[in-house]
Ligand binder design. Structure first.
Ligand SMILES: *Cc1c(COP(=O)(O)O)cnc(C)c1O
Length: 421
């Protein structure tokens, strides 16, 4: 892993004035991409062609510290040797069978992930949104078969400010006008309450409620952490009301916050974990819903599926990811580095930063709007060799790979500080 401080080529590492000036190669490649893709993203004008650890290199040979880590899909960094080796070995053997047959990597993956979660069963899918959809279907089915909710009356309580993916059902219960506008009509059966407001949640739970679906920390929302005790109270309410607690840990889980799951910070165990992103080791899309037999056991053959879900390549990589998390070193590293991150951000408050929230190696940083938008700041960071992403307005999210070195993290935060001047 990168354990030296690199100064990106093409910058002098101090004022960044000549850095990140879009080179001819970059401009041409961005233009070619824009010409032939739907414009559902507005990427920074950087064209990457290599990654190792916490560092990326672009087509001009400039190096960048990755402070986004694929929205936490790259918790173990780029090209982690263990993950790449697991993928290579599997590529040469068997990559896809469909679930019509059993393959020899399937049982280990399911058992390993179930054990990591302290649950009985795993239902593997591919993307995060598919796993969320799966959890919704399982919760409804459980509601009818186990709880006894009358047919087609199941309701799921969701949180304002949520982000659970991009399918029509999921954007239908988003309150982000960009995410949902123009995509209706939407799936009924969802009730929205303010995030972190226990009284509102209590009032929203009715006899037909089958689940409360929430992110234990809202990532896309700007790394929003609910009030202390909230997750525990949600757990108690769900148990009392016979409602499933479904934790979308797609972004918050698998080490990012300094624990395996963000729910662990309040010693809370949800009924269903929804996992994705880092589960694929930054190599392949791997997602899963993990729960006990009493819940996931409601599905019978033919009632749910996925052509690629649980394929041998995904299982080989996912098994290695689980093995890497079992030792706890990555979680410990996120805790250690998280202290540094919070200290450094704390010192920036009042100096260009108006506020921040962090847990482990994950922070949402609100930039003084007088300094420009979050996007403006990310462009300035890019010019200094740091890649990050704004979320809402003037908030930027910092989530470097958990394998980043102390020096590199410090250097990245130096660049942020310099951009605020
Ligand atoms: C990214 C994300 C999703 C969606 O995952 P995709 O793989 O993009 O479908 C769902 N929930 C949360 C909390 C996420 O961060």
């Amino acid at each position: 892993m990168a354990d030296r401080t690199f100064t990106p080529d093409g910058t002098d590492g101090t004022d960044g004035t000549d850095a990140g000036a879009t080179g001819a190669l970059t401009a041409a490649e961005v233009e070619r991409a824009e010409a032939r893709t739907a414009h559902n993203y507005h990427p920074l004008p950087v064209v990457l062609d290599r990654g190792e650890g916490a560092w990326l290199t672009d087509v001009e040979g400039r190096r960048y510290l990755d402070m986004l880590a694929g929205y936490s899909a790259l918790n173990f960094g780029h090209s982690h040797p263990r993950l790449v080796a697991a993928a290579h070995a599997q590529l040469d053997r068997l990559t896809l069978t469909s679930r019509a047959f059993v393959h020899d990597r399937f049982a280990d993956f399911c058992a390993g992930l179930a054990d990591l979660c302290g649950k009985d069963l795993v239902l593997p899918m591919n993307t995060g949104a598919e796993a969320v959809e799966t959890a919704i279907k399982v919760a409804r089915r459980w509601g009818y078969d186990v709880k006894g909710v009358p047919a087609d009356e199941a309701r799921i309580v969701v949180m304002a400010g949520n982000f659970h993916g991009r399918t029509t059902t999921i954007v239908g219960f988003s309150d982000d006008p960009d995410a949902r506008g123009g995509f209706g009509p939407f799936t009924p059966g969802f009730t929205m309450v303010p995030y972190g407001d226990l009284a509102a949640l209590e009032a929203a739970v009715t006899p037909t409620t089958v689940a409360v679906l929430l992110e234990p920390i809202q990532g896309e929302g700007g790394v929003i952490i609910p009030p202390a005790g909230y997750l525990r109270a949600v757990r108690e309410l769900c148990t009392r009301a016979n409602v499933l607690m479904v934790a979308d840990e797609i972004q918050s889980g698998l080490g990012r916050t300094g624990r395996t799951f963000a729910c662990d910070h309040e010693d809370v165990v949800p009924d269903l974990y929804v996992l994705g992103k880092a589960l694929g080791g930054g190599i392949v899309p791997v997602s899963a819903v993990v729960g006990d037999r009493a819940v996931l056991g409601v599905l019978q053959p033919g009632q749910h599926g996925s052509t690629f879900g649980g394929n041998p390549l995904a299982c080989a990589v996912g098994t290695e990811v689980v093995a890497m998390l079992t030792g706890g070193e990555h979680q410990a590293r996120a805790r250690e580095l998280g202290v540094v991150l919070a200290d450094r951000l704390g010192a920036m408050v009042g100096h260009g930063v108006v506020g921040f929230r962090s847990r482990g190696l994950w922070a949402g940083v609100d930039i003084d709007p007088a300094l420009g938008t979050g996007r403006d700041l990310c462009e300035r960071l890019m010019a200094r060799g740091v890649l990050a992403k704004d979320t809402h307005g003037s908030t930027i999210r910092l989530a470097p790979p958990l394998v980043v070195s102390d020096d590199d993290l410090g250097w990245g935060l130096d660049q942020l500080e310099a951009c605020l001047r």
